[in-house]
Design a protein around this ligand. Structure first.
Ligand code: ZN
Ligand code: ZN
Length: 276
């Protein structure tokens, strides 16, 4: 993709509340992601910005989180998720995405190596994925096909995968973790960064403040829990996965060591709560 495309993308609408970029429109009355029951329209009404404006007022902070490089907009913007750069033999995988691209961040990433793919857990983190793909040289973006309707544009860089598991590299599988969204997915790094492996679950599994209890919600901002059937379905997708570390969507939300056992205990705790 050319510089001109990147420049054009940096000027299309980005929702201030959820950080989603809408490449195919000049202006939108409302943001479909925020109108959904899982999110919310900002208390001052729908507001738009552009990624160029966000980039002008923020920096992208790089930080090691328990052995994995993370990227985050600083000060916090919109939902405030972090993205991860996971080293692989064939080039890095960018897991999750941010709402703005900065020249400094692109330069720093180039200094670390080549990015072979972007993969994202669910629509709340689609953010400026197309602009990031272009800025990194036209990188494919992997999304679960069950959430295709949430993508508001066509692009030759989109790759929709289906089913329960997709081998992205020799060491990384994308795994379907339905519940929060029908297409919610996670990234399973089978033997990294430590030998027991790690799961990056997006919002499918939310790590609590004590970093030992996890929860599983349909909406986090509106506190709408998953029902019994949805919980059982999610658990059936998590059960076959082997991991010892869990890397959540937000700053500091890591569960390092024995994370699988903690997630299993959290499912049991949730089931007991449903029983009253
Ligand atoms: Zn929004
Ligand atoms: Zn979410």
């Amino acid at each position: 993709m050319t510089e001109i495309n990147i420049l054009a993308l940096s000027r299309v609408p980005v929702c201030v509340t959820c950080g989603t970029q809408y490449p195919d429109v000049e202006q939108r009355d409302d943001c479909p992601v925020c109108r959904d029951e899982r999110q919310f329209v900002g208390w001052d009404g729908q507001r738009w910005t552009t990624s160029a404006e966000v980039a002008a007022g923020h920096e992208i902070r790089f930080e090691d989180a328990a052995g994995v490089m993370t990227l985050q907009l600083s000060p916090r913007f919109a939902i405030g998720q972090r993205a991860f750069l996971i080293p692989q033999a064939e080039g890095m995988v960018m897991w999750e995405c941010l709402s703005a691209v900065t020249a400094a961040a692109v330069e720093r990433i180039a200094g670390m190596g080549h990015v072979q793919a972007i993969a994202i857990s669910h629509p709340h983190f689609y953010s400026a994925m197309l602009e990031w793909s272009a800025a990194l040289g036209g990188v494919p973006i992997y999304l679960h096909e069950a959430d295709e309707a949430w993508v508001g544009f066509d692009s030759p860089f989109l790759r929709f995968w289906g089913g329960d598991r997709f081998a992205l590299t020799d060491a990384i599988d994308l795994v379907h973790l339905p519940g929060h969204f029908e297409g919610s997915s996670g990234l399973l790094w089978k033997a990294g960064p430590r030998p027991g492996g790690s799961l990056f679950p997006g919002d499918a599994i939310q790590i609590g403040m004590n970093r030992r209890i996890a929860s599983f919600m349909w909406s986090y901002p509106n506190a709408i829990p998953l029902g019994r059937k949805s919980l059982a379905r999610l658990k059936a997708h998590v059960d076959p996965l082997a991991f010892s570390d869990l890397y959540g969507s937000f700053d500091g939300k890591e569960m390092i060591g024995d994370a699988k056992a903690s997630v299993e205990a959290s499912f049991a705790r949730y089931e007991a709560a449903l029983e009253g």
